[in-house]
Design a protein around this ligand. Structure first.
Ligand code: MLT
Length: 317
């Protein structure tokens, strides 16, 4: 039998944060930066455990059934805790029913990326090229329901394209394949892309946000590059299994928020293009509202994209 921990002596041993994707990707990167600082303030190791599979849903399902004792948490995101509701009719967890929100950790804009020798020189050429060559192009993603899958699904809907998807256990390994030229392009969260764009290992066509990112000042917004209708953003957050005592959630929330106020954590995340949520967006209630809003926002978009009959109504010629 699990004895619920009391906030006064919690945590008294290691806390595990499951990352439902491979090491080296954006979820892993954000989780490791924040949990390293949480370990210091909680006085116990907060360890990351990467468990990839099925677009993050395997591990998220596992986390939903973990003991609600504050010792097993999950780093979820816009995919695992919102988009999947629309994409998996028989999903065996629900982001709302089965999790307690702990804290939003980062906002992560989406960037349209390609291997460095991909022929299109800008986003308008990219749109034309993707449509003309859709049969022979490969787009990397991290599995159905992942952020990379969802973001390029929406992009393809707008372009009227249906390239071959190549699933990876996370966009860490997908990025390695993109750098190696083994896949053609990808829609990924900025934190995974910045070092490779800066080193010239990959191309970036546009950031799908209204404003440029200070970490990628030379990369145009989709609006500047001629595709204002493609806007895509994601986020990474921490959740606990449903039933985790509110007193423990409060301890974790305070530790996560303190980590996000730490100068080193902030500068490391910001250098990678992550947007640090202001304090009012870090509360469990604010994260619950975000999950609700994201499920509602994504549901019609994904229904339409998944049922698209491709090129018929695309504005891109
Ligand atoms: C995603 O596409 O959902 C993420 O990039 C997965 C990851 O963190 O690797």
């Amino acid at each position: 039998m699990t004895v619920p921990a009391r906030a006064s002596d919690y945590p008294s041993r290691q806390v595990t944060v499951i990352v439902p994707f491979a090491a080296g990707g954006p979820t892993d990167t954000v989780a490791r930066i924040v949990t390293a600082q949480m370990s210091k303030s909680l006085g116990q190791n907060v360890a990351v455990d990467n468990r990839a599979g099925a677009g993050g849903t395997l591990a998220t399902s596992l986390a939903s059934r973990a003991a609600a004792d504050g010792y097993t948490l999950i780093a979820g995101h816009m995919g695992t805790h919102a988009a999947v509701v629309s994409l998996y009719p028989t999903l065996n967890y629900h982001p709302k029913r089965d999790f307690e929100p702990v804290s939003l950790l980062a906002g992560t804009p989406i960037v349209i990326l390609a291997r460095k020798d991909f022929p299109p020189k800008n986003l308008e050429e990219f749109a034309v090229y993707i449509r003309a060559n859709t049969e022979r192009l490969n787009v990397a993603h991290a599995g159905i329901g992942s952020v990379s899958y969802v973001s390029c699904l929406v992009l393809h809907r707008q372009l009227g394209a249906r390239p071959t998807g190549v699933p990876f256990s996370g966009t860490g390994p997908a990025m390695a394949a993109l750098v190696a030229g083994e896949v053609d392009y990808m829609c990924d969260q900025i934190v995974n892309a910045v070092p490779h764009i800066k080193s010239g290992a990959i191309k970036a066509y546009a950031i799908a946000m209204p404003e440029r990112s200070p970490s990628l000042p030379d990369v145009p917004t989709t609006a500047e590059a001629g595709m204002p209708s493609f806007q895509a953003r994601a986020w990474v957050a921490m959740f606990a299994p449903k039933g985790t005592p509110p007193s423990l959630i409060a301890v974790l929330n305070a530790a996560a928020s303190r980590a996000l106020d730490d100068d080193n954590v902030r500068s490391t995340l910001q250098a990678l293009g992550a947007v640090i949520p202001p304090p009012e967006q870090r509360t469990p209630g604010a994260l619950a509202d975000l999950v609700d809003a994201e499920i509602d926002r994504l549901s019609p978009v994904l229904w339409q994209a998944a049922n698209s009959t491709a090129h018929i109504d695309s504005p891109w010629k």
